[in-house]
Design a protein around this ligand. Sequence first.
Ligand code: 13P
Ligand code: SF4
Length: 316
Amino acid sequence: MSQDMEPSRPADLEEAILELKCEKGAVVLAHFYQESDVQDLADVVGDSLALARAAQEIDCEMIVFCGVHFMAETAAILNPGIPVVVPDMEAGCSLADGCPPEEFKSFVADYPGAKVLTYINACAGVKAMSDLICTSSNAVKMVKQFEGEKLIFAPDRHLARWVAKETGRDDLIVWPGACVVHELFSAKGLAKLMIQHPDAEVLAHPECDQAVLDQADFIASTTGIISRAVASPDRPSIIATEDGVFHSILKQAPNKRLYQAPGMDESCACNRCPYMRLNTLEKLYDCLMNEGPCVTVPAELARQALMPIERMLTLS
Ligand code: 13P
Ligand code: SF4
């Protein structure tokens, strides 16, 4: 955009966002991987499960979703009558984008009679083909719902491998997707960092590669990682997830020493989610002001995708 096309925004963006929220009856939901200033203006900050639950219980004129597209889509499915706007429509997810509905349909067709358990990091089209949805915080419990049944798990192969180990299910049929952020943590780099900080506890997200998880003291969703870090404020933590979680940890335990697990390429910030970080305070202001861009889901697709989401929310 050329200089003279820059939209004019108020000098005090925070204040303007708070005023717009009131004026428009909007509720802002934000994931832990958002920029700190965005998290600070949100009404609810949480992991995927907490945000889906907040979206289910919400009462407002407009939902502003500061996260990635599949999260906003889930909020739209749960709230057919309420507009869901996002700061940046390009904020996708490598897991959701790597599992297109048409290809997933033929994958499922190869396993007649199999049930489908889908990680929430998937598009509405894939959710609509699923029997149940899970997040990283309830995946083990959700897999246990299908004891004795043939089960497809999509779209994260790392979460699938971890959950298979936790449940003893070595027969999961797995869609081979991966998160571009978590897959890039370096097991070797982590081992070196652990030598430098022998007293640190290693906390990892289950989307990480097995070689990283093998070195972790504790494996959990973002909420689980944050709670664990806060529970021992005097012990340093090495964190193998996106460093957006640091903000929430440091708010609750300001003296906590935190180290991010290194990526394969130490010269890049590859462990920052490139999609989540598209959202900025400026774009949050713009989407509130313009009441768009809006995430919509066709009614029939939303109806089909709603069932497995609601089932998860009831079971968790
Ligand atoms: P959580 O459900 O743990 O917040 O994870 C969401 C996600 O996208 C992890 O990369
Ligand atoms: Fe998707 Fe990975 Fe970003 Fe999470 S961190 S939103 S799984 S790309």
